[in-house]
Design a protein around this ligand. Structure first.
Ligand code: MG
Ligand code: MG
Length: 272
């Protein structure tokens, strides 16, 4: 339930997040380590005067403090991969999740891309996940239910390929003064169910999908979530403000105009 002024403050964070993700995607290539990508993100955050949402996260609920500003998850890693000395190689499927705050307001977004030559199967997985994210975003409206978003995401993926593993153990979430706020936004569900979407709510919508089964496991580092069957995974995420006038995708450079308009959803950026 954010005011217009607060949503505009979140747009500032969203644009920093969009800039960092674009920068990392352009920089990533064979031989580069995930720690080098994280270092690049640290430099961009500092230059923007923003604060990482991820660094140190988790200690308040008993997890080891997250040691990086990005989550970089490669191949069978679904989410929460810790950057390190792993060098990217041709054919890797890479997801980068990044969050930052400006003036205490957070933005959270994730992209998936291939290194070098990506197999058609992996490319299709990423594109299906990206499309499902946008279908989910376009289903959000004031007066609707969280389940409308969940059903749109799940339906989009099932329509694309019956065999995708739609991860249910991790969800999207509300976002604002904290990176994670209520409500949860599941990636599977039924339209018309779940919490009411009220005016000014900001949501991070983030499908996580595998080429195999949806079951997950955690690595010994306590953070990295992998597919239990070793299948490759994709993860896309945007932060969206849901207003009576329509939607504004705060972490998309164009505010979501192209993808929302293509789906007949109302695009409603706030003027400065
Ligand atoms: Mg995220
Ligand atoms: Mg998130």
């Amino acid at each position: 339930m954010k005011s217009s002024a607060q949503i505009k403050a979140m747009r500032a964070a969203g644009l920093v997040v969009a800039d960092v993700l674009r920068t990392l995607r352009e920089a990533a290539g064979p031989g580069m380590t995930t720690a080098e990508l994280d270092q690049l993100a640290r430099e961009r955050i500092a230059a923007a005067g923003a604060v990482s949402s991820f660094l140190g996260y988790g200690s308040s609920f008993g997890m080891p403090p997250f040691p990086a500003v990005t989550c970089i998850s490669v191949n069978d890693e679904i989410v929460h991969g810790i950057p390190g000395d792993r060098a990217l190689v041709n054919g890797d499927l890479v997801s980068i999740d990044f969050g930052a705050s400006v003036g205490g307001w957070h933005g959270d977004s994730a992209i998936t891309f291939g290194v070098g030559d990506l197999s058609p199967e992996r490319a299709a997985l990423s594109e299906a996940t990206r499309t499902a994210m946008w279908d989910g975003i376009a289903a959000a409206r004031v007066g609707g239910r969280i389940g409308d978003i969940s059903a749109a995401i799940e339906g989009s993926l099932r329509a694309r390929r019956a065999g995708y593993g739609v991860v249910a153990e991790y969800t999207g979430h509300g976002i604002g003064r904290a990176m994670h706020e209520p409500p949860d936004v599941p990636n599977v569900g039924r339209a018309g169910r779940g919490e009411l979407i009220t005016k000014g709510v900001c949501l991070a919508i983030e499908p996580m999908v595998t080429l195999g089964r949806a079951a997950t496991a955690n690595l010994d580092d306590e953070w990295t979530v992998v597919s239990r069957d070793g299948s490759a995974a994709a993860h896309w995420e945007h932060t969206v403000a849901v207003m009576p006038e329509g939607l504004w995708v705060l972490t998309a450079e164009d505010g979501g105009e192209a993808e929302l308009t293509a789906r007949g959803a109302k695009f409603a950026p706030l003027a400065d």
